[in-house]
Write a new protein. Structure first.
Length: 181
């Protein structure tokens, strides 16, 4: 052993001896060590809590932006449909032929159907189908012997389904057996 090792061992023995001789000093040293450890845990907790709060705020901003701009794509796609309607109105104002106006409206409807399909919106046209209370809203029943009771005879307003979820039921008139006189 060299002199520096002897000196280190001597200091350790002196500290150990003094701690053994003085139990209050041992308790004080243990308390200080525990307090230092507690301080480290507190700092770690505060850093973790701050990180959690920042993550929460970031997620909140992301959700807010998602809500704000969720319709951006559909709004851009509906622009040309609106333009077509505007041009149709301008043509009607110039006393255009009825056929030209009808063609313009048909083209606009086709554009709108394409936009709806691109965004996962399906149009429900239940004309001639069996009434389905899950997808149709019966506005009235109509007595008729031409079709089976419970069949949709008139579609007042077509329904809409967004990605498999009913957004608006089709409003329909449903056939019932003719009234007996």
């Amino acid at each position: 052993m060299n002199d520096s090792e002897n000196a280190a061992n001597s200091v350790e023995h002196q500290e150990t001896d003094s701690l053994n001789k003085n139990p209050e000093a041992a308790q004080q040293a243990a308390l200080e060590a525990a307090q230092a450890q507690a301080g480290e845990y507190r700092e770690q907790f505060l850093r973790t809590a701050a990180e959690l709060e920042n993550t929460r705020k970031r997620a909140g901003r992301d959700v807010e932006q998602a809500h704000r701009y969720a319709l951006e794509r559909i709004a851009a796609d509906l622009g040309p449909v609106r333009d077509s309607l505007e041009m149709g109105l301008a043509a009607a104002g110039e006393a255009a032929k009825v056929e030209a106006l009808r063609d313009g409206v048909e083209i606009t409807l086709k554009q709108l159907d394409q936009v709806l399909a691109r965004h996962g919106i399906e149009v429900i046209d239940p004309a001639g189908a069996v009434f389905d209370p899950e997808r149709h809203e019966a506005v009235q029943t109509v007595p008729t012997g031409e079709v089976e009771a419970g069949t949709v005879v008139v579609v007042i307003q077509k329904g809409l389904v967004l990605n498999g979820r009913l957004v608006r039921p089709a409003r329909v008139l449903v056939a019932r057996a003719p009234d007996e006189a």
